[in-house]
Design a protein around this ligand. Structure first.
Ligand SMILES: NC(=O)c1ccc[n+]([C@@H]2O[C@H](COP(=O)([O-])OP(=O)(O)OC[C@H]3O[C@@H](n4cnc5c(N)ncnc54)[C@H](O)[C@@H]3O)[C@@H](O)[C@H]2O)c1
Length: 334
C-alpha cells in the first residue's frame, strides 16, 4: 500500500471539482482520499472510475476524517461555512474563488486560519498562469514604460449562475490578475451592469477602477457574448502588451507601438515590431495545487493566500455597492 504525507478531501464534485482533483492527485506523495457532494448523483461516476476514493454526501465526514487539507469547490455562498468548519477541525483549506460572499466572512476566515496556524488559500488560478507571470515581469522590469491603463475582458455565452451575478462569478479572476500585476490596490470603483436574462441577476458588467497614481483599469465581464474571450491589454507609454488566454500559440504579445504628444505635429505615432516571448507552458491549476502543497509542507504562505482573497472580496463588495447606487441614481430621460 502506498503511503502519502498529504491527503486531500475535496468538497463539491460539479464542473470544477474533478479538474482540481486531477491536479492534486499527480502531486508527489499526495492523494485525494475523500470526496463529498451533497448531490449523490454527482458521485456515481467517481465510484466507478476511481473506486479507491471514499465518497460521501456529508461534508462533515471529511472534516472528521484523517485528511490533512480540504479543497472547497462548491457554490460561492457555501464557501464561508464550509471553510470555517474545515479550519475549526484543524484542516488546511483551499477555497475556490471568490473566498467568500462578504468582507466580514473573509476577515473571519483569515483571522481563524492565523489563530489555528493553518494555511488558507483561494483558487485565483490566473495568478499561476505563466503568461500572467511574464506580463508581471514586463511591467515591473519597466519594459512597457509607465502604465497608463489596463483593460480586461472575460466574455462567453454562459455559464449562467442563479446564485450570484457575473461580477462575483468572473471578476475575481480579473481583479486578482490586476492586483498581482500591479502590486497595488485601486482607490475608486464605478460599475455599470445589466440583467438581461434573469431578473436581478446581472449578466453583463463593466467595472472602472482607479488607482491613486492615475492608472485606471477597465474590467468587462459577460455571460452573454458569442465569443469566448479571456484577454488582458496593458497600455504603457513605451510598449503595449496583450495576454490572450484563448490564443494558446501566441498567448502573450508585446507591441512596440505608441503615441506621443509633440508641438508640431501634435501627436506622433510609433509602429514597431511585435514580439512573442517564450515561456514554459504549465497548467496554471497544477502550479496552484503545487503552491498549496508546498505551503502546507513548509509553512510558507502561498501566493494566493487568504489575505489576497480578502483584498479581492473587498473590491467585489465595493463593486456590488457601486452597482446598488447606480440602480438608485439612474435618471430617467424623458
Ligand atoms: N478557478 C477557476 O477557474 C474556476 C472555474 C470554475 C469554477 N470555479 C469555482 O468553483 C466553485 C464551484 O463551481 P462549479 O462550476 O464546479 O459549480 P457546480 O455547480 O458545477 O458544482 C458545485 C458542486 O457542489 C455541490 N455542493 C453544493 N453545496 C454543497 C455542500 N454544502 N456540500 C457538498 N457539496 C455541495 C453541488 O452538488 C455541485 O455538485 C465556485 O466557487 C466557482 O467560482 C473556479
Amino acid at each position: 500500500m502506498q503511503l502519502y504525507d498529504l491527503r486531500f478531501g475535496v468538497i463539491g464534485w460539479g464542473y470544477w471539482g474533478p479538474k482540481i482533483s486531477r491536479n492534486l492527485a499527480t502531486l508527489p506523495n499526495a492523494a485525494v482520499t475523500m470526496v463529498a457532494d451533497s448531490d449523490i448523483s454527482r458521485l456515481s461516476s467517481l465510484n466507478v472510475n476511481q473506486p479507491w476514493i471514499k465518497t460521501t454526501t456529508q461534508a462533515s465526514d471529511i472534516f472528521n476524517s484523517d485528511v490533512d487539507a480540504v479543497v472547497i469547490v462548491t457554490p460561492v455562498r457555501t464557501h464561508f461555512q464550509l471553510a470555517r468548519q474545515a479550519l475549526l477541525h484543524g484542516k488546511h483549506v483551499l477555497v475556490e474563488k471568490p473566498l467568500t460572499y462578504s468582507v466580514d466572512e473573509a476577515e473571519e476566515l483569515v483571522a481563524l486560519a492565523q489563530e489555528q496556524k493553518l494555511i488558507l488559500m483561494v483558487g485565483h488560478t490566473f495568478e499561476y498562469n505563466p503568461a500572467v507571470n511574464e506580463l508581471r515581469k514586463l511591467i515591473h522590469g519597466g519594459d512597457l514604460g509607465k502604465i497608463y491603463c489596463i483593460e480586461t475582458e472575460r466574455l462567453n455565452l454562459g455559464l449562467f449562475r442563479n446564485d450570484i451575478n457575473v461580477i462575483w462569478d468572473l471578476a475575481p479572476h480579473d481583479i486578482s490578475i490586476l492586483l498581482y500585476l500591479l502590486d497595488k490596490k485601486p482607490v475608486k470603483i464605478k460599475v455599470q451592469a445589466h440583467a438581461n436574462l434573469q431578473r436581478h441577476i446581472h449578466d453583463v458588467a463593466h467595472l472602472d477602477l482607479e488607482f491613486d497614481d492615475g492608472l485606471n483599469a477597465h474590467i468587462h465581464v459577460s455571460w452573454l457574448h458569442p465569443n469566448k474571450t479571456r484577454r488582458v491589454t496593458v497600455i504603457g507609454d513605451a510598449r503595449m502588451a496583450v495576454y490572450d488566454d484563448v490564443n494558446k500559440a501566441e498567448m502573450l504579445k508585446i507591441f512596440n507601438k505608441g503615441a506621443e504628444i509633440h508641438a508640431d505635429p501634435v501627436v506622433s505615432y510609433r509602429y514597431g515590431a511585435i514580439t512573442i516571448p517564450h515561456f514554459d507552458e504549465i497548467e496554471p491549476l497544477r502550479l496552484e495545487c503545487e503552491d498549496f502543497a508546498n505551503a502546507i509542507r513548509t509553512g510558507v504562505q502561498p501566493r494566493a493566500n487568504g489575505e489576497v482573497g480578502l483584498k479581492v472580496v473587498k473590491i467585489l463588495a465595493a463593486a456590488q455597492e457601486s452597482l446598488q447606487k447606480q440602480l438608485e441614481l439612474n435618471t430617467l430621460l424623458v
